[in-house]
Design a protein. Sequence first.
Lengths: 198, 198
Amino acid sequence: MSPSPTDRRVRRTRELLRSAFLSLILEKGYDRITVQDILDKADVGRSTFYAHYRDKEDLLHAGFEDIRAALAAEGHASESDAGGAGALLEPLIVVFTHVEAHRRFWEPMSRKGGTNIIGGMLRESVDDLVREHLRSRFPESAADSTQLEPAVQFVVGACMGLLVWWLDHEEVAFSAREIHAIFGRLATPGVERFLATA
Amino acid sequence: MSPSPTDRRVRRTRELLRSAFLSLILEKGYDRITVQDILDKADVGRSTFYAHYRDKEDLLHAGFEDIRAALAAEGHASESDAGGAGALLEPLIVVFTHVEAHRRFWEPMSRKGGTNIIGGMLRESVDDLVREHLRSRFPESAADSTQLEPAVQFVVGACMGLLVWWLDHEEVAFSAREIHAIFGRLATPGVERFLATA
DNA sequence: CCGATATCGAACAACGTGTTCGATTCTCTG
DNA sequence: CAGAGAATCGAACACGTTGTTCGATATCGG
């Protein structure tokens, strides 16, 4: 993806920007961050920023690659562990544990107003995970995308719905395992029935 | 909500702004609209706009009240029709038919980048609908909000997921009734099991 | 050491926002 | 229908943000 640049200055600059951006997200949320904020905190010249990234969102995408890759990897691991044995949707536990571990980062996702970019990126990862998982579990149904896709969108939407609510209500204090169990109980029966009848 | 103003000028101005705004949404999507765009199309003075609305979003909310009310009303009607008899989640058909009827308006909701405000407003309506419906169907479970809420968020998320996908893929060509049926098949079993065991 | 390259930083143009205020026009009421 | 009150106009303004440019300077890799 990003073939580590040879020049030390480039590495330095990108690292400064990336970490400044991250801490700003934790501190005030993505929407309220201004390019100037990033410049100040990273102590990097304005023109330098635009020499590396097109804009704020570009920087976000670049920085998000790590998280995305990590999630996908965990997903695959959990996938092959379970083989085809475990409960349907069991592999999605990685999403919940991941979000639990990076709660501070993902919390802004649930903010009512403003852009949903951060949530959108998590959604993409979940989307990939779910689609691949369902495809491998129901090879016959998977051929017909008007059969598989609705199920995928249904599961992803439901999952994101629960995630956002979970993040937004710290007082609820479910563990990742608990909320995932609830998700499983709610989603599994319908999805199984829907896709089993190929 | 908005106690129809007595002064004709006020009514006129608000109507001009509202309809200009709506046609702009249809034409270029919420995000790309500028206050100046609205002013030009409505042929209204700048200061006049700010005399009525705090900003773009305020205008959106005001204009959205109609849709919101309509949806809630349809929901209630469909609710009492079914009594407690019909299939669980049957009343949600109104959401799908509504979106189908106003496809042009809701389509921007599925745009990847940018704000999700429009979708958020639809979500709020669906949220109300679902919560009230589930509450009336499962009075015992409803008492415990850690029981009811996850189910609500699950259903709303799943519904929105399907809606967005549906809007985004005109080529799929499901009717409102069909997509709602799919939704029902996917959601009903899990929700019923989850909430029945009070 | 040196040529190439990255960074700096100030200045700039463009755009969007929201406010102000005096002049003008319209409406409701008595 | 007159006139007090209220709404509208519109231009100007201050402000913040964005993305670009360019010459001077610092730093790198070979």
